[in-house]
Design a protein around this ligand. Structure first.
Ligand SMILES: N[C@@H](CCC(=O)N[C@@H](CS)C(=O)NCC(=O)O)C(=O)O
Length: 201
């Protein structure tokens, strides 16, 4: 399978899930401004929506949207326990988190990354603060869903790592700070970060 990604973007979430699941991916870097892949292809021929992640499955089909891609990868290696069984109550709770992270957290960063006006940026920062206050309140001593690391953690970790890049102070979220450290130190996560050039070695 081939993952189209941009370093540190939301495509890091499926990359982490694959590493945690022991799935080897072909990685193909995308220049998101030029919409060009490192293979020289027009990325819109691969994903007409023009954004990462896109996962080319071995039969050639392309799957997009973080919540779908992370669940697909997690389901390829059920023994890794990265997603509760389909149809279980817990699976719906994981989808609840994935949806929340996608629509309420991830998308709030858009004006900060993509030239929002000052007013849009201000309102985005306010929304981000509210969302992370909620997350701080929900985080337990381990992971989002309890003791096991799931695909939702791969997504939350990825998006929360943008706080620092956007100079958003995380002092008021000590549980989140500890969580980010805990996730960052997982071998699968370190591998994904290294493969995207986001770790020293
Ligand atoms: N709804 C999409 C959003 C993906 C997305 O926002 N990707 C960003 C990187 S984090 C991107 O590629 N942006 C470039 C663009 O929109 O042109 C998903 O869940 O996969």
């Amino acid at each position: 399978m081939k993952l189209y990604y941009s370093p540190g973007a939301c495509s890091l979430a499926p990359h982490i899930v694959a590493c945690e699941a022991g799935i080897d991916l072909d990685l193909c870097r995308v220049d998101l401004r030029k919409k060009k892949t490192e293979d020289g292809d027009d990325f819109r021929d691969i994903n007409p929506k023009g954004y990462v992640p896109a996962l080319r499955i071995d039969d050639g089909e392309v799957l997009t949207e973080v919540p779908a891609v992370v669940q697909y990868l997690a389901d390829q290696a059920p023994d890794a326990g990265l997603a509760p069984p389909a149809g279980s109550r817990e699976r719906y709770h994981m989808q609840e988190w994935l949806n929340f992270i996608s629509t309420e957290v991830h998308k709030s960063f858009v004006p900060l990354f993509w030239n929002g006006t000052d007013a849009e940026k201000e309102s985005a920062r306010e929304k981000i603060h509210q969302r992370f206050d909620f997350i701080e309140d929900k985080l337990g001593p381990d992971y989002l869903m309890g003791e096991s690391f799931t695909a939702a953690d791969a997504y939350l970790f990825t998006i929360a790592s943008w706080l620092e890049r956007q100079h958003i102070d995380t002092e008021s979220w000590p549980r989140l700070q500890a969580y980010q450290e805990r996730v960052r130190n997982r071998p699968g996560v370190r591998r994904a970060l290294r493969e995207e050039g986001l770790l020293g070695n």
